[in-house]
Ligand binder design. Sequence first.
Ligand code: A2R
Ligand code: GDD
Length: 316
Amino acid sequence: MKAWIIGGGGFVGSYLAAHLHEVLGWETALTKLPREQVMVPGCDVYDLDILDKEAVKTQLAQNRPDVIFHLAAQSSVAYAWKNPQLTADVNIHGCLNVLESIRGIEGYVPKILLIGSGEEYGALPAGVSLVNESTPVHPGNPYAITKLTQTLFGQLYARAYQMDITMVRAFNHVGPGQLPQFVVSDFCKQAAEIAAGKREPVIRVGNLSAARDFTDVRDVVRAYGLLAQYGRPGEIYNVGSGRAVVISSILEQIVQLSGMDITVEVDPAKCRPVEVPVIRADITKLQADTNWQPEIPLEQTIRETLADWQAKICAE
Ligand code: A2R
Ligand code: GDD
């Protein structure tokens, strides 16, 4: 099996490439932006900007992978509020460049996994917090709208052109190596800086009352590998833990693990204009079709992410 990861220079990309190559034994290549550095043993790496449609088509036509994982995105909800245009360009036009390129290659029908988001569901009816793939969607921020659009195009192209596209709604994924614009990594980095005496003992936070469904990135990439094999064309699958965790409890764990006396300050710049209070995935469909189970407890992920930041900051 020949796999191709588009947008492999980010957080999930290297974990996914290592899983496909080392565990599944697939011939694996990943694409990254020219400015990114990434190296995964045994995997080929190519530069590719998905806004360059000709380049997308040329690379795919030359290599004709059997499976394509489309990860490339502007993936930050917070940044999408600041730059909705760029978010729409990459997440919608970029995705269309990929789909149209594949459609334009004669006789080529690869398996395509489009990675969307649990944010697509958005505001839920009163009393509803567990969402399945049929729950009505009300995306509540620019990022979520772009990801829902990607999913809709995926469904349309699967139906209209018989393309083998499976849509994923990934909920929050976390682990060592994630950029500090995401909450667990952000809090761990600040705690590590405090422990190293590189900042005052104050952690700056956004909205601590929201609850999100967190899964270790290593469990997430196992789910992607399974969906590439068993995910049905035209179908959407939630990938999450099925458990919602309040952000304040994550902060408490990190402060406790750091063993320091730390004050918490709300930074209004880190609070979003609007936010869905609770998001939690119903993963019945994923489990029925793939037998996937999350294996790594959140406590372990948080511990390892904090240790990773402590090592990085000590090495600076
Ligand atoms: O924005 P950067 O410099 O971090 O680069 C991101 C890259 N990317 C692009 N790749 C090709 N052409 C573009 N025009 C373009 N713009 C951005 O896609 C980054 O290296 C990668 C996405 O990785 P992350 O932002 O680290 O997201 P993560 O956590 O790996 O999530 C993978 C997928 C994304 O579609 C998320 O929206 C979804 O899972 O949750
Ligand atoms: N980043 C950040 N920093 N978030 C904070 C902070 C803070 O200081 N304080 C509280 N939060 C809250 C956010 O308001 C949000 O409710 C929650 O923590 C998680 O925020 P992020 O880690 O930035 O992730 P996200 O939920 O907005 O988006 C992530 O998950 C989506 C799937 O549910 C990203 O990985 C998306 O790409 C992904 O689609």
